[in-house]
Ligand binder design. Structure first.
Ligand code: CMP
Length: 139
């Protein structure tokens, strides 16, 4: 399987809830390499730009308020098949529907406050990685 990179976010609910260490442990246990990582607080405008693909969805306002409500950890994960592997490690968007043992099942509290984000396809990963990281941060 080809080596890929994906963009992962530990969302404000998980950072505020003291879950970042547990989620990073899951990332290590699943054998991802963390290529780059940073802690930041998104502005509302930055959250809107990141989630622009969801602009027309009814949850867009609440989502971007939530994503700009506190610190997040953004990171680039590398592994064979990293995009689908990270989505499998997170579990389904809705924690109530996520498989047992997944991050969202164990730590998420609602479909919005689902503790982590992951890119859903190679083109999305390229956009999302470029949104947060410059080339020199990714060597
Ligand atoms: P994420 O994987 O970051 O992608 C879009 C986010 O929108 C999603 O996780 C949730 O945090 C949030 N969201 C809120 N409501 C919904 C919904 N009904 N369907 C999908 N995503 C939702």
């Amino acid at each position: 399987m080809a080596i890929e990179r994906t963009l992962a976010i530990i969302k404000p609910d998980a950072v505020e809830g003291g879950l970042a260490g547990d989620i990073l442990s899951r990332i290590h246990a699943a054998k991802f390499q963390i290529v780059a990582i940073k802690s930041l607080r998104l502005t509302k405008t930055e959250a809107e730009g990141f989630y622009a693909v969801h602009r027309e969805r009814p949850f867009f306002g609440d989502l971007t308020n939530f994503m700009s409500s506190g610190k997040v950890l953004v990171m680039v994960l590398e592994a064979p098949g990293a995009i689908s592997k990270w989505r499998d490690t997170m579990g389904a968007t809705d924690p109530a529907k996520a498989a047992p043992g997944t991050i969202r099942r164990d730590f998420g509290t609602s479909i919005q406050n689902n503790c982590t984000h992951g890119s859903d396809a190679p083109a999305t990963a390229a956009f999302e990685i470029g949104y947060f990281f410059a080339g020199a941060e990714l060597v």
